[in-house]
Design a protein around this ligand. Structure first.
Ligand code: APR
Length: 258
């Protein structure tokens, strides 16, 4: 693995010549939009204990506390804006014949930046799901109180059942469809971009191993070393919001020069 600048010649060459691209993002790609990560020093799991906030048992024990934490997340997501990293990824998707972005993020910043060829493998902070009839709702269609109480917890408009955030919690399975699409893309890509993830959860789901087994070049964009950096041919140890636009500008300039 080589620690390179965003405009490193060989890196740009690999990105320019790629045809089948798989992108795997985590909370770091939304950091420059003002959304906290989980495991950085100022991360969410430094403030909240994930075992009392992000498990089905925690929700059963104390739905009010869990819902009020997710209320804060929803408000943060709704007031955040996509940053240049999200926008660059949406541009890249137009260029490559075969492209899939798999995000662990539950914010909607990739979507708002214009990404379409994407899957969410950890759910969506702006959705809630009925525990009884599993109907999924967009939380923006409801006017929630500032703070939930036991009596004001969100309920299903179809069956009256209690609703929960439509997020994959610790100890739960990731949704099969999105996961299978991500595995197929990782196993067939010739370039994998890992952006803003520590790779701590499920070891990055084996995506990097699948990509390597297919001979793909792996690029890790992360100011810090993550659990997946060791798989990378190139490590760009800079914030995604500045590194990705620089990388993409260099690739498109290179293509224009023929
Ligand atoms: N640009 C790129 N990467 C960044 C930036 C940035 N500006 N700022 C921080 N990072 C990196 C950190 O160095 C870290 O490696 O982003 C990574 C964030 O790691 P985590 O906080 O562990 O977030 P993530 O990898 O997305 O966590 C995966 O864990 O708790 C679960 O469900 C939650 O989806 C989340 C999953």
């Amino acid at each position: 693995m080589e620690n390179v600048s965003p405009t490193h010649k060989e890196l740009i060459n690999v990105m320019k010549n790629a045809r089948r691209v798989f992108v795997f993002t985590g909370a770091g790609v939304s950091k420059e939009s003002g959304l906290p990560t989980f495991r950085d020093d100022d991360g969410l799991w430094k403030k909240f204990d994930p075992m009392t906030m992000a498990t089905p048992e925690a929700f059963r024990e104390n739905p009010v506390v869990v819902w009020n934490m997710y209320r804060i997340r929803q408000t943060q997501v709704l007031s955040a804006q996509p940053n240049p990293a999200h926008k660059t990824l949406a541009q890249m998707e137009q260029f490559y014949p075969d492209f899939l972005l798999a995000t662990q993020n539950v914010d909607d910043l990739h979507e708002r930046a214009g990404s379409r060829r994407m899957v969410k493998i950890h759910g969506n902070a702006l959705e809630m799901r009925c525990l009884d009839c599993v109907t999924i709702f967009d939380v923006r269609e409801f006017s929630f109180p500032e703070e939930f109480t036991q009596d004001t917890l969100p309920r299903c408009t179809k069956c009256g059942g209690l609703c929960r955030p439509n997020i994959v919690w610790f100890g739960e399975y990731v949704p099969q469809e999105p996961m299978m699409a991500a595995v197929r893309s990782a196993a067939n890509c010739d370039l994998m971009l890992i952006i803003g993830t520590s790779g701590e959860v499920s070891g990055g789901y084996g995506f990097a191993e699948y990509a390597l087994a297919n001979g793909a070049a792996i690029v890790d964009v992360n100011p810090g070393r993550g659990a997946l950096t060791r798989y990378a041919r190139f490590w760009v140890s800079e914030p995604a919001g500045s590194a990705l636009p620089q990388m993409w500008q260099e690739v498109t300039k290179n293509i224009a020069e023929g």
